[in-house]
Design a protein around this ligand. Structure first.
Ligand code: MLT
Length: 206
């Protein structure tokens, strides 16, 4: 039986116990981040779902009302659904549920941040490229022993630096170990992001 609830997804088995949960940006799909996953950790398994929400035909992981303005009810529902999918996929593919590392870009980074706040047990670590505060949780989760790396663009027209800093503060105040790097770029992902994220991941002894 396939993982329930199901998402259209790719699964690429790896040689190590680690699995990268790849979460694409708006308009992406389940194949987009596979090369990035391989570049970040060639030995990890890759689990890459496609977001179920369509915005003018473009897949996303949750609805938004405008750029940077999120439908919070939908975000909550979709975060739970994605968390359930990941748990069920760990059983289906027989992968270690204590070594799931999210790698998200833009909309994918935002649902990964939402998962850290709402379903922290699903993820051990996260690499968030161009993330923003998805929601302010009513009760703060316990993020002790979670490692998070955030790559931000200092000229990002979608995510202001103040928002990234707010996200860092929120995650740190919940106990997470957060590394933040600003790049001379906009919302796009740069090779410097990938190089530094890979270095961080390689050094991470989990
Ligand atoms: C979002 O909607 O998650 C953010 O605005 C980033 C984007 O996907 O454009």
């Amino acid at each position: 039986m396939r993982p329930q609830p199901d998402f259209i997804h790719e699964f690429v088995p790896g040689k190590s116990e680690r699995t990268l949960l790849l979460l694409h940006g708006t308009g992406g799909n389940e194949r987009d981040l596979l090369p990035l996953g391989k570049e970040l950790d060639p030995s990890a398994s890759l689990l890459s779902p496609r977001g179920k929400v369509l915005e003018n035909g473009m897949p996303r992981f949750f609805r938004r009302l405008a750029e940077g303005v999120f439908d919070l009810e939908d975000l909550q529902k979709r975060t739970q659904e994605l968390g359930d999918f990941v748990i069920s996929a760990t059983k289906h593919y027989e992968i270690d549920n204590q070594q799931i590392f999210a790698v998200g870009y833009s909309n994918g980074a935002n649902i990964a941040a939402s998962m850290l706040l709402l379903r922290p047990e699903v993820l051990s670590a996260a690499i968030l490229f161009r993330a923003m505060v998805p929601r302010i949780p009513k009760t703060k989760p316990n993020l002790n022993s979670k490692w998070i790396w955030i790559g931000a663009g200092s000229h990002d027209p979608i995510v202001p630096a103040s928002n990234t800093k707010e996200l860092v503060g929120l995650l740190r105040s919940a106990g997470a170990d957060v590394t933040i790097r600003f790049f001379q770029s906009g919302h796009e992902l740069t090779s410097d992001d990938v190089d530094l994220a890979r270095e961080w991941l390689t050094r991470l002894q989990y």
